[in-house]
Write a protein that binds this ligand. Structure first.
Ligand SMILES: [Zn+2]
Ligand SMILES: [Zn+2]
Length: 159
């Protein structure tokens, strides 16, 4: 697939990269139909965010169509979804209290981020390895984690 990849300060390129695939049962693969370029992406572009690696796929604001699922409950193929910046497991204390950007389970590098900025964070799509090193959505396809739980949370939000 094609994806926008970071190669260094003010050096981003559209490259051919391997397609994402399902890793865990709660994953889905989204075919991206629209992606935004955010002001936060400028911080990556200008080289202000540490722990970026050559070839990292950018993009944390995207929407699209579900084309593959790890399990058959929750979402289904063909569902159109808007994917938020933070990755939320839906099960931890913070997610249960709708504090999704503080999810305890989605950032494997939480300790390093806490050492740098004094507190941790959920994993984020396309936003450095301190935030989990997840491939982002300025791409044709994205692996979206814990998508089934996320849908349930959205439906139970108060109006
Ligand atoms: Zn943003
Ligand atoms: Zn969580």
């Amino acid at each position: 697939m094609k994806a926008l990849c970071w190669y260094g300060t003010r050096d981003v390129r559209v490259e051919d990269v391997p397609d994402p695939h399902i890793i865990n049962p709660r994953d889905v693969i989204v075919r991206v139909t629209l992606a935004a370029i955010c002001g936060s992406d400028v911080h990556l572009y200008d080289g202000f965010i540490p722990s970026m690696e050559r070839g990292d796929i950018l993009g944390h604001e995207f929407m699209g169509e579900v084309v593959a699922l790890g399990q058959k409950d929750g979402l289904k193929e063909g569902d159109r979804v808007v994917v938020p910046f933070p990755i939320a497991c839906g099960r931890c204390f913070f997610c249960q209290n709708q504090l999704y950007s503080s999810c305890d389970n989605s950032n494997p590098n939480a300790a390093a981020l806490e050492a740098l900025q004094g507190y941790s964070s959920a994993g984020l799509y396309g936003y450095s390895h301190l935030y989990g090193g997840y491939a982002g959505g300025q791409a044709e396809y994205v692996r979206v984690r814990d998508a089934c739980y996320l849908r349930v949370d959205i439906q139970t939000l108060p109006p």
